[in-house]
Design a protein around this ligand. Structure first.
Ligand code: SF4
Length: 486
């Protein structure tokens, strides 16, 4: 399959949303639809919504495709209710792709629908433990393991089941689930993946209605207000009794994903009290300070993800900036293979360079990250063919050299262009005249964050969770039992 949806960068993981709004004229499915629409960048393989009337049965619709393709007006009418959860997913494709779409719906002891972003590193153990206890599975996703654990739990209240399970789930999980009468959200004790709490404007005398989402951009689209982050190790329950919060695990080492600031999250989302567009601009400014490009005449962003950093680089270096690369914005996945002739002539599906802008100039190209390097190599070549005299690459993140075990699909270590190469060797591999990366300290300065409270393992190899090594060693075992990640 030719992937035109982005670059050869890390794959976005998943996006989740949940809302409890019994007085919203049964519009919870529409609220969820638009929230998922805003979270589409976090996953383009499948989308799903589960909804229910208070005390009623849970209805779930999930399908492969984009949010706008999966749901019709009719679907959303049939999902009318008082509470809902939703999910967008990136997953590896395969025959079981539909089974692994979410929300996962289970009716063991309790009926629930669950949407998860992350990756359980002890999924294999939990899976065999539950199977031995007689629990059966329909999919190979670690999200279904979590759903089965909670739906079959003997605790009377779902909140107590979650509180007990939180001690047994290892890895990354920002999760939203619903039962017939409540929405429950919880985040792993390290807070690896984002999860935020929002509030919808009250309707008349009705109480405030809360919602939770992977990113605050999901609140803006539906007119909700961003209240705060769901804290690492915290459980939030939304029901007719109002909002109940419980700090289930405290004092754990926090490890929020540094890559969310650099690339994954939308630039209009807020994290750590800052809008990401501004943080990414600072990354570009610091990059210009750490790695100026002497002799450079023009800053060219790799759109769209490199644009805020390019603006910052241009601001700090005093160089002009222009759009020398135009991105085709209306791209989706296609199954049509280009064929030899088109390949030979360099298929310009994602980017088209403008000779009028880059011709005869020494240009500084700013991007946010490089994983395998295939796209960067093509960009450098295209810009040279368009007449650029020199191409200097500046990257607003450190080199990616280690895989992520916390829910982000990166390439294998061997496929990463920075693996086992010096920066000069990478520059030669990419065909660039020079290459420089932002330092890890530079990223922390830009996001105004502390290293001890974040995960930067894909850059540093420093995995913040115990047992991550164990998860790596289990890869062979997991090939026998291929667990699909959320
Ligand atoms: S390894 Fe990288 S992508 Fe994965 S959670 Fe850590 S910082 Fe994020």
């Amino acid at each position: 399959m030719t992937d035109l949806s982005g670059r050869d960068g890390p794959r976005d993981e998943c996006g989740v949303f949940g809302v409890f709004a019994p007085d919203a004229q049964h519009e919870v499915s529409k609220l969820t639809y638009y929230a998922l629409y805003a979270l589409q960048h976090r996953g383009q393989e499948s989308a799903g919504i589960a909804a229910a009337d208070l005390g009623g049965h849970l209805l779930t619709r999930r399908e492969l495709g984009l949010v706008s393709q999966v749901f019709s007006e009719h679907d959303l009418r049939s999902l009318a209710g008082d509470l809902a959860v939703g999910h967008v997913r990136y997953s590896t494709t395969g025959s079981n792709a539909w089974e692994n779409s979410q929300p996962v719906h289970r009716s063991d002891r309790v009926e629930l629908a669950l949407a998860h972003n992350g990756n359980l590193i002890n999924a294999v153990e939990l899976h065999s433990e539950l199977r031995e206890a007689g629990v059966s599975f329909r999919s190979t996703s670690d999200s279904e393991i979590m759903a089965a654990l909670l739906a079959s739990h003997p605790a009377e209240r779902i909140e107590d089941a979650v509180a007990e399970a939180l001690g047994r789930l290892q890895g990354a999980y920002s999760t939203v689930l619903m039962t017939e009468d409540r929405v429950v959200a919880f985040r792993d004790p390290a807070g690896l993946r984002p999860l935020v709490l929002g509030v919808l404007p009250a309707a008349g005398d009705a109480p405030e209605r809360y919602c939770v989402a992977s990113e605050s951009c999901a609140f803006d689209i539906i007119g909700a207000r961003h209240v705060r982050d769901v804290r690492p190790g915290e459980l939030i329950s939304l029901s007719a009794d109002g909002i109940e919060t419980r700090q289930v695990v405290s004092g754990a080492r926090e490890a929020f994903c540094l890559f969310e600031y650099i690339y994954f999250a939308r630039p209009d989302s807020r994290m750590n009290g800052d809008v990401l567009q501004a943080a990414r601009g600072r990354m570009g400014e610091i990059l210009a300070r750490e790695a100026p490009a002497p002799g450079g005449e023009l800053v060219v962003p790799v759109p769209d993800s490199g644009t805020p950093a390019a603006r910052g680089f241009a601001r700090a270096s005093g160089l002009p900036q222009d759009d020398g690369l135009i991105k085709n914005r209306y791209v989706a996945r296609t199954f049509i293979q280009p064929g030899q002739e088109l390949r030979k002539h360099g298929l310009r599906m994602k980017f088209n360079p403008l000779p009028e802008i880059v011709g005869g100039k020494r240009i500084v190209v700013v991007d946010d990250s490089i994983v395998r390097g295939n796209t960067t190599r093509q960009i450098v070549q295209m810009l040279r063919e368009a007449g650029a005299l020199e191409v200097h690459m500046r990257i607003s993140a450190p080199p990616i050299q280690h895989p992520c075990h916390y829910g982000v699909d990166m390439s294998t270590r061997e496929e990463m262009v920075a693996h086992g190469r010096t920066v000069d060797e990478i520059a030669a591999e990419l065909g660039a005249d020079s290459l420089a990366y932002l330092s890890l300290e530079g990223v922390y300065e830009a996001v105004r964050g502390e290293r001890g409270r974040h995960c930067d393992a894909c850059f540093s190899g420093d995995y913040p969770l115990r047992n991550t090594d164990g998860a790596q060693h289990k890869e062979a075992f997991e090939r026998e039992l291929p667990l699909v990640r959320a």
